[in-house]
Write a protein of this length. Sequence first.
Length: 231
Amino acid sequence: MKAMILAAGLGTRLRPLTHSSPKALLQVEGKPLLQHALEHVACNGIRDVIINLHHFPGMIREFLTLHGNFGLNISFSEETAELLDTGGGVKKASWFFNDGKPFLVRNVDVISTLDIVRMLQFHLESGALATLAIRKRESSRRFLFDNRMHLCGWEHLGREEKKLVRDTDSLESFAFNGIQILDPAIFPLITETGKVSLTELYLRLAAVHPVVGYPDEGNQWFSASSPESFS
């Protein structure tokens, strides 16, 4: 299994910390977020990783060189000219996932002890196009699932906005944990060009393809979503 770490973002919610550093190198518990992410995938047996770059890319490359890539095989997807958002970033890195196997995509600003091996088994057994790690937690943005844990919609509580893409008699809301497993069959279905978010992509595809939720309860989970996260 291969993995992609999404690390290209400007980290606008973390300013002023990201005025002089990429979000990926901000430290939590004595380690940069990128190191936490790499150690997480490595402890689940993943050796081949691609990282997308835009904000202070030289600092990230230098950090990885200094630490011998943490013993992993690391490639890069440059988004120097334009940030492509999460979905566009995954699409640009499609060349890396050339083995026909499901692959992991995770945000760099998430610290998690999620068992990726178990999640992969769930993904394979479900036959899903995409499997999203989710949990019950406070969040203004939530995915909506039916009783089979198929994605049916999305809501933004702060904006009182709701979008449904599948008919269902019951809906349950979960927050997304920033970790997902995708089948490479998703690439021909990404017809969008340029910048697109994975959320937008999942909602479009979920109308006709199985995009499922994987409850991630009982594991450590932390998101560096504000400057106060590092205090």
